[in-house]
Design a protein around this ligand. Structure first.
Ligand code: PAF
Length: 292
């Protein structure tokens, strides 16, 4: 597949080393071509493709990184079995409008002995930050490295990982990274399940149950909208009960938080409310959220 830039057609450029990537970034800088970056851990699905398509409307050159980042996985999590298929990712990224794919090896980007971390502070006190200690420090550290290497004008992330997006925004603001962050709405399967590379772990039965998470979140949101004075902890309980009764899953958390500082909310605040959930179906942990 070829990519059209103006009257020129370009093939996807694949960079597996920092040195190779940097040479291309220098070329962008000297010719004044803005860069959009879409960081991913690969095994692309339609949600990622939507991020890439969005990025290609923002800048002529779209860099997609594919890197399963060991810094953001806990010792008992799925780093080793996380799905990987670079060949498939390259073809999909190119078709969606990527011009450059950065796919370094683990040692290239995070050599043994990598010690420095960027810590997110109180924004990781709740939700996934609470269940996955160290996770967001791992995410921020790698995202900061990618920003330094790719020097993007804009970077695109999905709202499915809402806490991640909010924490990255805060890092950019507080550490003065010269990059604009864009959030793109969650892409869903026809039955409502949020797209995720981890959906591939689900058994047929779990896959049938999984849409119950979003259904329950939507019902919780509607309950709060219908009765704005409702105690949000009752809404959280109703959502958790609904998920437990309609799936074989274990609820990790269901929590209503403020979108600005990710702290728990007792009452609905219009435009600033997010209810997020994480649920284990077997050993697969799925997350989703509604914002209203
Ligand atoms: O959202 C992801 O896939 C990852 O957390 C990210 C942002 C690529 C960092 O490794």
């Amino acid at each position: 597949m070829r990519i059209r830039r103006g009257t020129q057609e370009v093939r996807l450029r694949i960079h597996d080393s920092i040195e190779h990537l940097r040479a291309q970034v220098r070329d962008n800088r000297t010719s004044g071509r803005p860069i959009a970056l879409v960081p991913t851990m690969g095994y692309l699905h339609d949600g990622h493709l939507e991020l890439i398509r969005h990025a290609s409307r923002l800048a002529p050159d779209v860099y997609v990184s594919v890197f399963v980042n060991r810094l953001q996985f806990g010792p008992t999590e799925d780093f080793a079995r996380y799905p990987r298929d670079l060949h498939r990712d390259s073809a999909m990224a190119e078709a969606a409008g990527a011009t450059d794919l950065f796919a370094p090896g683990v040692e290239e980007l995070t050599p043994e002995g990598t010690r420095v971390r960027i810590v997110p502070g109180h924004l990781s006190d709740h939700l996934c930050g609470r269940s996955r200690p160290g996770h967001f420090a791992g995410v921020l550290t790698i995202v900061a490295k990618l920003f330094n290497l790719v020097q993007p004008d804009v970077a695109v992330f999905g709202w499915k990982d809402a806490q991640q997006l909010i924490i990255i925004n805060r890092m950019v603001e507080e550490l003065n990274f010269p990059v604009r962050i864009e959030g793109v709405e969650t892409v869903r399967e026809p039955d409502g399940l949020a797209m995720s590379s981890r959906n591939t772990y689900l058994t047929d039965e779990q896959r049938l149950q999984a849409p119950a998470i979003y259904r329950a979140l939507c019902r919780g949101r509607d309950m709060a909208l219908a009765n704005p004075r409702v105690d949000l902890s009752a809404v959280e309980r109703q959502i958790a009960d609904e998920i437990t009764s309609s799936t074989s899953g274990r609820v990790d958390y269901v929590q209503a938080v403020s979108r600005t500082d990710l702290q728990p909310l007792v009452r609905f605040e219009p435009g600033n409310t997010m209810i997020a959930a994480a649920v284990f179906l077997g050993s697969t942990r799925l997350i989703d959220n509604v914002r209203f």
